[in-house]
Design a protein around this ligand. Structure first.
Ligand code: SF4
Ligand code: SF4
Length: 55
Protein backbone atom coordinates (compact mmCIF):
# COMPACT_ATOMS: atom_id res chain seq x y z
CA UNK A 1 0.00 0.00 0.00
CA UNK A 2 1.44 3.33 -1.05
CA UNK A 3 2.01 6.20 1.35
CA UNK A 4 -0.39 9.14 1.23
CA UNK A 5 -0.15 12.86 1.93
CA UNK A 6 -2.98 14.39 3.95
CA UNK A 7 -4.56 17.86 3.75
CA UNK A 8 -2.17 18.94 6.52
CA UNK A 9 0.52 19.33 3.82
CA UNK A 10 1.94 22.86 3.61
CA UNK A 11 3.68 22.14 0.28
CA UNK A 12 7.19 22.73 1.62
CA UNK A 13 8.73 20.20 -0.77
CA UNK A 14 10.95 18.46 1.80
CA UNK A 15 9.43 15.05 1.08
CA UNK A 16 9.94 15.34 -2.66
CA UNK A 17 13.67 15.81 -2.14
CA UNK A 18 13.79 12.58 -0.08
CA UNK A 19 11.97 10.36 -2.57
CA UNK A 20 14.39 8.41 -4.76
CA UNK A 21 11.49 6.99 -6.76
CA UNK A 22 10.30 10.40 -7.96
CA UNK A 23 6.84 9.49 -6.69
CA UNK A 24 6.11 12.90 -5.16
CA UNK A 25 5.02 15.93 -7.16
CA UNK A 26 2.97 19.08 -6.77
CA UNK A 27 -0.78 18.98 -7.32
CA UNK A 28 -3.38 21.61 -6.46
CA UNK A 29 -1.10 23.51 -4.07
CA UNK A 30 -0.01 20.44 -2.12
CA UNK A 31 2.35 17.52 -2.68
CA UNK A 32 0.94 14.23 -3.91
CA UNK A 33 2.29 10.67 -3.99
CA UNK A 34 1.80 8.64 -7.16
CA UNK A 35 0.79 5.17 -5.89
CA UNK A 36 2.17 3.57 -9.04
CA UNK A 37 5.64 4.95 -8.30
CA UNK A 38 5.78 4.75 -4.49
CA UNK A 39 7.77 1.72 -3.30
CA UNK A 40 6.62 2.06 0.33
CA UNK A 41 10.09 2.82 1.68
CA UNK A 42 8.82 5.36 4.21
CA UNK A 43 11.79 7.63 3.62
CA UNK A 44 9.68 10.72 3.09
CA UNK A 45 7.76 10.52 6.37
CA UNK A 46 10.57 11.76 8.60
CA UNK A 47 11.15 14.77 6.36
CA UNK A 48 7.66 16.17 6.84
CA UNK A 49 7.45 18.97 9.44
CA UNK A 50 3.69 18.57 9.89
CA UNK A 51 3.50 14.74 9.87
CA UNK A 52 1.25 14.77 6.82
CA UNK A 53 2.58 11.51 5.33
CA UNK A 54 1.26 8.14 6.42
CA UNK A 55 0.52 4.72 5.01
S1 SF4 B 1 7.40 6.07 0.84
FE1 SF4 B 1 9.39 6.15 -0.29
S2 SF4 B 1 8.85 5.80 -2.45
FE2 SF4 B 1 6.94 6.34 -1.37
S3 SF4 B 1 6.74 8.53 -1.66
FE3 SF4 B 1 7.82 8.24 0.31
S4 SF4 B 1 10.02 8.30 -0.19
FE4 SF4 B 1 8.86 8.02 -2.13
S1 SF4 C 1 7.17 17.40 3.62
FE1 SF4 C 1 5.04 17.35 4.39
S2 SF4 C 1 4.35 19.48 4.32
FE2 SF4 C 1 6.19 19.34 3.04
S3 SF4 C 1 5.41 19.00 0.95
FE3 SF4 C 1 5.82 16.98 1.85
S4 SF4 C 1 3.87 16.32 2.77
FE4 SF4 C 1 3.74 18.52 2.38
Amino acid sequence: MAYKISDACVNCGACEAECSSNAISEKDGKRWIDPDKCVDCGGCTAACPVEAIAQ
